[in-house]
Design a protein around this ligand. Structure first.
Ligand code: CO8
Length: 258
């Protein structure tokens, strides 16, 4: 499918979705987020794709929701369209792993989009922030909820109330990103991580993603039970026999998603 605001490439087993509104620092408008959702659905349904990367440019992952698109809207407009509600749900329902490869600004909705991914690899020039307070609003795509879970209440309050940015080093120290790499190597590192994930059994990959995500939604005892049952269930797959057999035979596993 042809897109206007994103560029999608599928290479080997990795789909890369590049946000592409350079004149607006990849600000997220309805068209762009709709296209991201469509591309995610296509990647999820494409048997060839085993991992997804969302990225932007060297200057901006995304500088937030598109202020020009939102500025004139009324409460009724926002409420009746459930502004970005559907898009947030679609991204969250993607079953395959999504890596956010973030260089430059990841602000407001841009930071929130990165946090909706499964993990974030940051370039050393990345800047994260929830500056909506400067616009007379608050984060609306998960910033008050996900950022708080990532970095804790004190830092999330500091970021959301002052609107200050966090650099890559602070983001890694605070647990917002999984690793920081030199900006020039960002895509190489993200692809290497995606290819590593693509080598695994898709069954255990999806089960693992579901088990980690459930930890945000439930109690510890329920989460442990969910994890244990998923672990038990994987013993009904050929890939478990192959993975453990390969270990004992001192060879690499050849998973077949069965
Ligand atoms: N929306 C629209 N256009 C933008 C945005 C944006 N968020 N960010 C940058 N742009 C545009 C600028 O208007 C400018 O366009 P033009 O040349 O036509 O004037 C172009 O991108 C380049 O930007 P700058 O000239 O400002 O570039 P600088 O390098 O000087 O500054 C900054 C870069 C610091 C990133 C600056 O552009 C900035 O502060 N941007 C806004 C950041 C921001 O406030 N983000 C939060 C937006 S609100 C939000 O994300 C809410 C999310 C929840 C929505 C979901 C609701 C349910």
């Amino acid at each position: 499918m042809a897109y206007e605001t994103i560029i999608v490439e599928v290479e080997d087993h990795v789909a890369t979705i590049r946000l592409n509104r350079p004149d607006a620092l990849n600000a997220l408008n309805s068209e762009l987020l709709g296209e991201v959702c469509q591309a995610l659905k296509e990647a999820d349904g494409n048997d060839k794709v085993r991992c997804i990367i969302i990225t932007g440019s060297q200057k901006a992952f995304a500088a937030g929701a598109d202020i020009k698109e939102m500025s004139d809207k009324s409460y009724v407009d926002m409420f009746m369209s459930d502004f970005f509600g559907t898009e947030g749900g679609t991204i969250g329902r993607t079953r395959k792993p999504i890596i956010a490869a973030v260089a430059g600004y990841a602000l407001g909705g841009g930071c929130e989009l990165a946090m909706m991914c499964d993990f974030i690899i940051a370039a050393d020039n990345a800047k994260f922030g929830q500056p909506e307070i400067n616009l007379g609003v608050i984060p609306g795509l998960g910033g008050t909820q996900r950022l708080t879970r990532f970095v804790g209440k004190s830092k999330a309050m500091d970021m959301a109330l002052t609107g200050r940015f966090m650099d890559a080093e602070e983001a890694e120290r605070s647990g917002l990103v999984s690793r920081v790499v030199p900006a020039k190597q960002l895509m190489e590192e993200a692809r290497a991580a995606a290819e590593k994930i693509a080598e695994k059994s898709m069954i255990s990959t999806i089960a693992c993603k579901e088990a980690v995500n459930i930890s945000y939604e439930t109690t510890l005892s329920q989460g442990l039970l969910f994890e244990r049952r998923a672990f038990h269930a994987l013993f009904n797959t050929e890939d478990q026999k192959e993975g453990m057999g390969a270990f004992m035979e001192k060879r690499s596993a050849q998973f077949r998603d069965r």
